[in-house]
Design a protein around this ligand. Structure first.
Ligand code: NAD
Ligand code: UDP
Length: 319
């Protein structure tokens, strides 16, 4: 049985990856320090022989006994309010954590993948963003801790690839959504869903003309899995190119949730990218991948998930 180590396993994407690898017949070691994750996301796996959980901070030396075939490094705070609250840990998990895991991959001869991000393009001056674009990041701005950690993560991964011949993959993930997002993580979908469910007005930042392109989690996981199993070692965008302004998106959510809230406006956070849309030509051509779940269907499924949360969960949300 092939063995995979997934860091960030108790988080949103990490937990979906654990499910996918279990389904594919792997032995899965999920590693997490629970700083932004929740064991609830993987508790359904705890009884399985195929699954083990390791409570560990990957910025400390990582030891895994026995063989390992794949390492997927997905641990990192991922939402703006998380990485603004824990900036040093964000830098450390991207830098020290990646270094530790690269060392582990080298020792085990494992294929290594990092979860990079559209944020490495910063506030992009090229639209849509192709993998060749170098980006426009404010290194010393509040978001810089995340963006630069991820850029460093890409650099050190390529250095291990070139210098040590390590087998590596770099996926640049664009805004992904779906069940198991944390209601209070501050990202726009949980924020709007929580507001709709609590009967509050929806907070649009800035004038809402900034754009994002949202990918449903099942599509994202499929793209990540295909990239990992492919021979392609350069960075690849995986996301849904269907772009929308945040203002229109708020209106869509009001319609979907059948509520009669208003949209209210709050200041735009510093360095908030004004436009974002992945160019996915490479993923289409090399992996034969493109997203299949439209926003209407994906948002309906996501709303079902948030509706299923307890009243207590809804109320303890900070916003
Ligand atoms: P998440 O916050 O739900 O999950 C991240 C997980 O990493 C959490 O369970 C957290 O406890 C864990 N973690 C953080 N620091 C750790 C450490 N030092 N040691 C061990 N575990 C640690 O976030 P997510 O949305 O699932 O994102 C997962 C990965 O994908 C991140 O690397 C993120 O940068 C990347 N990504 C996500 C998106 C997205 O839209 N969700 C977009 C681009 C990139
Ligand atoms: N946003 C918003 N209201 C909120 C939360 C976010 O208008 O309550 C905006 C945010 O300013 C950004 C977009 O929604 O322009 C996406 O934000 P998110 O934090 O989800 O992702 P990211 O900025 O990392 O793409």
């Amino acid at each position: 049985m092939k063995k995979v180590l997934i860091t960030g396993a108790a988080g949103f994407l990490g937990s979906h990856l654990c499910d996918r690898f279990i389904k594919e017949g792997f032995h899965v070691i999920g590693m997490d320090n629970l700083i932004t994750g929740d064991l609830k996301n993987i508790e359904h796996l705890f009884g399985l022989e195929q699954f083990e959980f390791s409570h560990h901070d990957v910025t400390k030396f990582v030891h895994v006994p026995g063989e390992l075939d794949y390492i997927l490094h997905f641990a990192s705070p991922a939402s703006p309010i998380d990485y603004l609250k824990i900036p040093i840990q964000t830098l450390k998990v991207g830098a020290l954590g990646t270094h530790n895991l690269l060392g582990l991959a080298k020792e085990k001869g494992a294929r290594f993948m990092i979860a990079s991000t559209s944020e490495i393009y910063g506030d992009p001056l090229v639209h849509p963003q192709t993998e060749e674009y170098y980006g426009n990041v404010n290194t010393i701005g509040p978001r810089g801790v995340y963006d630069e950690a991820k850029r460093f993560q890409e650099s050190i991964t390529m250095a291990y690839h070139r210098f040590h011949g390590l087998d590596t993959r770099i996926v640049r993930i664009f805004n992904t959504y779906g069940p198991r997002m944390r209601l209070n993580d501050g990202r726009v979908i949980p924020a709007f869903m929580g507001q709709a469910l609590r009967g509050e007005d929806l907070t649009v930042f800035g004038d809402g003309s900034q754009t994002r392109s949202f990918c449903y989690v099942d599509d994202e996981i499929e793209g990540i899995y295909r990239l990992l199993m492919s021979d392609y070692t350069m960075p690849m965008n995986i996301g849904n190119p269907h772009e929308i302004t945040i203002k229109d998106f708020a209106e869509e959510i009001i319609k979907l949730t059948g509520t009669d809230q208003k949209v209210i406006y709050k200041p735009l956070p510093k360095d908030d990218p004004m436009q974002r849309q992945p160019d996915i030509s490479k993923a289409k051509e090399i992996l034969g991948w493109e997203p299949k779940v439209g926003r209407e269907e994906g948002m309906r499924k996501t709303f079902e998930f948030f509706k299923g949360l307890s009243k207590e969960d809804l109320e303890k949300t900070e916003h």
